[in-house]
Design a protein around this ligand. Structure first.
Ligand code: HEM
Length: 365
């Protein structure tokens, strides 16, 4: 099966990589009393572990020879191939506060996101000093990676929040557009070409962060039952697209260009408060972000209703682009009636290491 290299690329895998089907996303807090040197060895151990895992190898012995020895690798991915696993490390704003003496290395644009319109954030689903995004074609491979990396981190970092995503809700350059849990194609107009990645995603000329990017994660709950009770006409008006084909309203095909100015009987064909009308770069001073989201479910809630939504993960070279978009969406989007942003975090994603080096090594030099 497909395997992605960990070393030697400028960028970490898991950003421009064609989205795999499954994702386990986990954030961590650094334990009190941890020093910069402890962090340094964690990043070195995580890097070595990720390099092994991405090749489909265990992080240590599954069956050590001495009976008293604790297995270094938990073993549930044994016999499963790499399954296109990628693990992407993010550094939260807390890494650059006073604790570790790393404030002078803070990525220029990394700071906590401001409060945004329609936020309904829960502290237990927000923030974190570090994030790991593991994506793979097999859910057990992704889960194993996170589990064993969390294990390696024990004594230095503690888990904070996690989301298990199934079903990619974005498309790479060579993929068919998948659907989110509202049944609409998601990822039709996304950052795709190398040129767009250079312009909107990757950092260059950014000191030790050159080749990196910023990651914004939002856990967005869907009011599924309310959505499922709404008519097809209003569902299509919410997004500004047709459901089956995914065409912009007034057009025929998925990839036709939306005409935001078109009117009929004095009304906009694509309502001005439709999701795409508010989010499109044409109406946002040219801003684009890479969306690389996953559908998630947490089972059923306390009222017996389906508890599910979108684990929205976006990459961009300026977090203000997300802030700008979400300020508009949170204020005016018709979709707000059916969703609730319950978790939020931001991370700086450092570039990939050269062979023999490790992630974020330049933080410590
Ligand atoms: C487009 C769904 C949240 C930004 C779309 C489309 C769908 C969709 C169906 C149209 C297909 C496409 O072009 O990909 C959703 C759902 C969300 C959500 C279900 C929440 C549960 C967000 C958020 C942002 C965002 C939080 C950013 C702050 C965009 C952008 C586009 C888009 C930039 C492309 C617009 C265009 O250029 O036409 N979304 N979205 N979305 N969405 Fe969302």
């Amino acid at each position: 099966s497909v395997s992605h290299p960990f070393y030697g690329n400028v960028h970490q895998a898991g950003v421009q990589t064609e989205p795999q089907r499954h994702c386990v996303y986990m954030t961590f807090d650094v334990d009190p009393g941890t020093t910069a040197t402890d962090l340094q060895s964690l990043f070195a151990m995580w890097s070595a572990g990720i390099a092994q895992l991405m090749q489909g190898k265990p992080v240590g012995l599954v069956q050590p020879p001495r009976a008293a020895a604790v297995p270094a690798d938990t073993g549930e991915a044994t016999d499963l191939s790499p399954n296109a696993l990628t693990v992407t490390l993010g550094l939260g704003p807390g890494i650059f506060d006073d604790r570790f003496g790393l404030a002078h290395k803070r990525p220029t644009l990394l700071k906590k996101l401001p409060a945004l319109p329609s936020d309904n954030l829960q502290a237990a689903l927000s923030g974190g000093d570090l994030s790991l995004q593991a994506c793979a074609e097999d859910p057990q491979v992704a889960y194993h990676a996170i589990r064993d990396l969390a294990r390696i981190g024990r004594g230095t970092v503690s888990t904070r929040w996690t989301v298990m995503g199934f079903g990619r809700a974005s498309a790479g350059a060579n993929q068919m557009t998948p659907r989110n849990l509202m049944g609409f194609k998601d990822g039709t107009r996304n950052v795709r070409s190398d040129d767009e990645f250079r312009q909107f995603v990757w950092l260059d000329d950014a000191d030790w962060m050159s080749g990196g990017t910023y990651q914004v994660a939002r856990k967005i709950q869907m009011n599924i039952e309310i959505w499922d009770a709404s008519g097809i006409g209003s569902q299509q008006d919410v997004f500004g697209r047709t459901k089956s084909e995914g065409a912009p309203l007034g057009e025929k095909k998925e990839f036709d260009t939306p005409d935001f100015a078109a009117t009929e009987h004095g009304q906009h064909v694509i309502p001005q408060n439709a999701h795409i009308a508010l989010a499109a770069h044409e109406n946002n001073g040219g801003v684009k972000i890479l969306r690389r989201s996953y559908n998630y479910t947490d089972g059923i809630n306390q009222f017996g209703q389906l508890d599910a939504g979108l684990m929205f993960i976006a990459y961009m070279n300026d977090p203000q682009h997300f802030v700008k978009l979400q300020t508009r969406l949170g204020s005016y989007d018709q979709l707000n009636e059916y969703i609730s942003h319950i978790g939020s975090a931001i991370f700086a994603v450092p570039p990939a290491p050269e062979a023999g080096h490790y992630l974020a090594e330049k933080l410590f030099s």
